[in-house]
Design a binder for this molecule. Structure first.
Ligand SMILES: *[C@@H]1O[C@H](CO)[C@@H](O)[C@H](O)[C@H]1NC(C)=O
Ligand SMILES: *[C@@H]1O[C@H](CO)[C@@H](O)[C@H](O)[C@H]1NC(C)=O
Ligand SMILES: *[C@@H]1O[C@H](CO)[C@@H](O)[C@H](O)[C@H]1NC(C)=O
Ligand SMILES: *[C@@H]1O[C@H](CO)[C@@H](O)[C@H](O)[C@H]1NC(C)=O
Length: 195
């Protein structure tokens, strides 16, 4: 875990008085509801991410929105370290190194944005949390685009297609973001008269 301690303790304080029983069924049902709304939503990934919560299994929607944000933050931070190792490893040419340098900045910014998202969310600022999570997801997409543009319009066969070394990381950040956004939107719908 690479999560900032102050953020963890904020969340733990928030979630401290949790009901004793956990609710796998609620997790599955929530993930299925989200999957029905968005085509790229991976329900299996959703269930396993929520069950692997670093702060105890979520028992309501509020906690269920925080967990994927924290996991995305943890993963963005870990991805930044992975990129630093790749750059130090020397297996990339000038173009690849330039892409990696951009991606490093993007994933570091994504981690900051996700920390902001958690803070905003805990204050009940769902709109801000939504914007911050979306910004973090965009960072992963922008990183992938950098690598993809190498082949732009070029004449090549499939073996030559330049692949990002960060596809798995992109997928995780993107899917964790989708889970957060879906659950934040459920909460927003539920409390729209109060906000
Ligand atoms: C959600 O559950 C947490 C414990 O898991 C609890 O602290 C919090 O008050 C609950 N929030 C709502 C809105 O029920
Ligand atoms: C969905 O997530 C699961 C678990 O992480 C993974 O094994 C599977 O490949 C994913 N499905 C797709 C279509 O990417
Ligand atoms: C986050 O990243 C770690 C390390 O790459 C990975 O093992 C883990 O499955 C990822 N978490 C999620 C929820 O995708
Ligand atoms: C990044 O992940 C998202 C979510 O799965 C996917 O839609 C997108 O195609 C991925 N980008 C690349 C370049 O793999």
């Amino acid at each position: 875990m690479n999560l900032p301690l102050h953020l963890i303790s904020m969340v733990l304080l928030f979630i401290l008085v949790s009901p004793a029983h956990t609710s796998d069924d609620m997790i599955v049902k929530t993930c299925e509801k989200c999957a029905a709304k968005t085509e790229i939503f991976n329900s299996t990934f959703c269930v396993s991410s929520l069950e692997a919560s670093p702060i105890g299994q979520p028992t309501n929607l509020t906690a269920m929105a925080v967990v994927p944000m924290l996991e995305a933050l943890d993963n963005a931070t870990a991805t930044a370290s992975t990129i630093e190792r790749m750059m130090a490893g020397g297996g990339f040419d000038g173009y690849g190194v330039a892409c990696l340098r951009d991606c490093l900045q993007l994933y570091q910014d994504a981690a900051d944005e996700l920390a902001d998202a958690v803070r905003a969310f805990l204050k009940g600022q769902f709109g801000t949390a939504d914007v911050m999570v979306s910004a973090a997801m965009d960072a992963a997409v922008t990183c992938e685009q950098g690598f993809a543009e190498r082949d732009g319009g070029g004449d090549h066969d499939d073996d030559d297609v330049w692949r990002s070394p960060l596809g798995r990381e992109n997928y995780s950040l993107f899917e964790l973001g989708e889970i957060s956004l879906c659950i934040i939107s459920m909460l927003s719908d539920g409390v729209s008269t109060a906000s």
